[in-house]
Design a protein around this ligand. Structure first.
Ligand SMILES: [Zn+2]
Length: 355
């Protein structure tokens, strides 16, 4: 199984950005470790300022696709109320080196979302400089998440997840956190109609090295958006539609100032994410591990995303087995349906040909 959509290298993004034309001039806000330009765009005439950045993790492309779609909408004259009420600063792809290599990290193997305070990397500095100069009233921190998350313990797959990060170790609800919580509650209220039970919330353990936590501690409401998995949608085309709607709902709520109607309780009612899923569970497998043979086992398989020839290959990897597993498979297969050896040597065959 492969996906062409999931790979979004800087050349593709920059070609799309250049098509936007003179009405949306590109600002070079910095250069990556490997010298690639990092672009930003300013749009809108409103007083309230919103800073959005996507793909600080290079292998999380769905929100960048959402941003490119949104920019196309703006060019076509849609969502004019947003641009009348708000001023937007959009960074479509903060980590172009990571996007090119399809990795979470930058070219120095640093996670930019753990570098918010130390600012050792050019990508981290580019974002912080924009934050300091633009002085946003709200920030949208746009990410993608793996297929492993359920919206609540043993819940449906988490297609979208959100977080209002803590501002300190006490996790006290500051004014900034409250606004982020209210906005997330507004998004959830609207999108539950489209994807009931598929929206999750992350735990709010404070880490000042994460950008969202730092910006929240500086009194700027910051929302973590996570584009996750919808059943059978490994290209993330369905998720793309939902995350794009989530961004538009949040911007409209800020423009119309109607998020005040939502409560902390409504935010806290969103179920917390739980690591309950694997991609495939295969039934009836005989496992060999060391000298021992285990019959009639459940085998949990998780796809590893590997970049090959500009496509993402989903390489199935054996991660666990047992008579019972505390895991849910997005797909369930019986070993008899598969044209593979029924005996799996768990130590040798870490990857398994099932597609
Ligand atoms: Zn991420």
């Amino acid at each position: 199984m492969t996906s062409t959509n999931r790979y979004l290298p800087p050349d593709t993004v920059n070609a799309l950005l250049n098509e936007l034309g003179d009405a949306m001039p590109l600002i070079t806000i910095g250069k990556s470790v490997n010298g690639l330009p990092i672009y930003g765009l300013k749009l809108g005439q409103g007083k309230t300022k919103v800073l959005l950045w996507s793909q600080m993790h290079g292998n999380e492309s769905t929100t960048t696709r959402a941003i490119m779609g949104l920019l196309g909408d703006f060019k076509a004259g849609k969502h004019s109320e947003i641009l009348n009420q708000l001023s937007l600063y959009i960074i479509p792809q903060l980590n172009p080196d990571g996007a090119k290599a399809y990795t979470r990290y930058n070219a120095n193997a640093v996670d930019i979302n753990r570098d918010a305070v130390a600012l050792t990397q050019p990508e981290s500095l580019a974002l912080k400089n924009v934050f300091d100069q633009f002085q946003p009233h709200f920030c949208f921190n746009l990410h993608g998440q793996r297929t492993i998350f359920a919206a609540g313990k043993n819940g449906k797959p988490a297609t979208l997840s959100f977080l209002s990060p803590a501002a300190d170790d006490s996790k006290v609800i500051t004014a900034a956190r409250l606004k982020a919580m209210q906005l997330i509650a507004a998004i959830n209220d609207s999108l539950q109609q489209d994807i009931p039970g598929h929206i999750g919330r992350y735990d709010d353990t404070f880490n000042i090295n994460c950008v969202g936590d730092l910006f929240t501690s500086l009194d700027v409401p910051t929302i973590l958006f996570e584009a996750g998995h919808y059943p059978e949608d490994y290209d993330r085309d369905k998720t793309l539609k939902f995350i794009r709607n989530a961004i538009i709902i949040a911007l409209n709520s800020i423009a119309e100032e109607n998020y005040f109607h939502f409560s902390v309780q409504q935010y806290q009612n969103i179920p917390e994410n739980s690591k309950d899923y694997v991609d495939v569970i295969i039934e009836g497998v005989t496992i060999k591990e060391g000298d021992k043979i285990y019959n009639d086992q459940l085998l949990a398989v998780q796809h590893q995303e590997v970049l090959i020839d500009n496509k993402i290959l989903f390489q199935p990897k054996c991660v666990a087995y047992g008579k019972k597993l505390d895991l849910i498979g997005h797909q369930k297969l019986s070993i008899t349906e598969l044209k593979i050896n029924t005996l799996i040597d768990f130590e040798v065959e870490k990857t398994i040909e099932i597609f």
